[in-house]
Write a protein that binds this ligand. Structure first.
Ligand SMILES: Cc1ncc(COP(=O)(O)O)c(C=O)c1O
Length: 349
């Protein structure tokens, strides 16, 4: 496969004051794209950001054959730029593609696409310590044909947008025991578009009741905690950091994995085992100190202040000495180059 990337730089530089921009609305000046047809990838290029031309018959518009990733580039305290855990995101992209019957992208092309785009738009990586450049690689099925089939043509693209804090206050979340996000054997572990579209209605209903997010439970018994929106869930109580085990219905979050590693390094016992919601409810009802938080690339660590279980609102611990903030701070220190990077997570430009 030819992975050389043809670059056409934009003739106008237009870096904006990014801090006040809403997340995900303003792209950087360039985008990467490569085309798949006749069984191979070709025409890899970086061009000024522009709208796509797509046939209304394109398969992705009808049957949901789409996959994406979300990762971030950070400016370290010494000014150098790094992309966090590029390899792990590449591996997850590959798994998602396999599940959705889409052609693989070589790790080399995935790397080159991202690093070349970040290099060209490096001015867009915020200087501020709480800012980053969010990178969105994605693939869509483009073959123009109405008919339920695996596409023979695809577009692999990367776009980027500056990002700051995702949630600006602790979350109120609701345990969801009617709707399901994903079932065993389904596509929950893949980062494919349909998983998100299907979550909109329950999330909107929860928002109408005043909640920021729902906590998904397993589709079979609605008894075990799975994940939340665009975050894995973690809990700290009784001296242990707990999170549900991975399964075919949970996304293998990179932040989850990073925090589990850091917790071990920091001497915090971790446990990856099923968590029944009644365990949480009985601890909270007894007034035990319990931390609950979401872990994800966009939000990093999102503290949960209220957990609503079967109509009862419980308060989770969000004090400034909470373990989740120690974990978040350690992760941020590594990403900023302020602490050693023992696992080689920072992929420097
Ligand atoms: C459904 C879902 N779960 C969990 C996560 C967290 O994963 P990561 O930490 O890799 O961003 C995400 C975000 O990508 C997500 O969309």
């Amino acid at each position: 496969m030819d992975t050389s990337i043809h670059i056409t730089p934009s003739t106008e530089r237009q870096v904006l004051e990014t801090r006040s921009l809403p997340f995900g609305k303003i792209p950087t000046e360039h985008m990467f794209q490569a085309v798949y047809s006749e069984d191979h990838w070709h025409s890899a290029r970086i061009v000024p950001f522009e709208d796509l031309t797509l046939s209304p018959l394109a398969l992705c518009l009808h049957y949901g054959q789409t996959v994406f990733e979300g990762l971030k580039a950070f400016r370290q305290s010494d000014g150098r730029i790094q992309v966090f855990r590029l390899n792990r995101h590449a591996a997850r992209f590959s798994k998602s593609l396999e599940r959705m019957c889409m052609p693989q992208v070589s790790e080399q092309l995935f790397h080159e696409a991202i690093m070349s785009l970040v290099r060209l738009d490096s001015d867009w990586v915020p200087q501020d310590l709480d800012g980053s450049l969010y990178l969105r690689p994605f693939m869509i099925a483009t073959e123009p044909r109405i008919g339920v089939k695996v596409s023979d043509e695809y577009l692999f693209m990367v776009v980027a947008t500056p990002a700051y804090s995702y949630y600006n206050k602790p979350l109120r979340v609701k345990l969801e025991t009617n709707f399901s996000r994903a079932a065993e054997g389904g596509t929950g572990y893949a980062k494919c578009g349909g998983n998100y579209g299907g979550a909109f209605l329950p999330t909107r209903r929860a928002a109408e009741e005043g909640f920021d997010q729902v906590i998904w439970t397993d589709a079979k018994s609605h008894y075990f905690i799975e994940e939340s929106g665009t975050m894995n869930l973690m809990f700290y109580w009784n001296g242990r950091l707990r999170t549900p085990p991975l399964s075919s219905s949970i996304l293998d979050g990179v932040t989850r994995d990073s925090l589990l590693h850091l917790a071990k390094d920091m001497g915090i016992p971790t446990e990856t085992s099923p968590i029944a919601w009644h365990e949480l409810e009985s601890a909270l009802a007894k007034g035990e100190k319990l931390e609950a938080f979401g872990a994800g690339t966009a939000a990093v660590v999102a503290p949960i202040s209220t957990l609503s279980i079967n109509g009862n609102d419980y308060t989770c611990y969000t004090g400034s000495d909470a373990v989740m903030f120690r974990l978040r701070d350690r992760l941020n220190e590594i990403r900023r180059g302020l602490a050693p990077d023992p696992y080689g997570w920072n992929h420097l430009l």
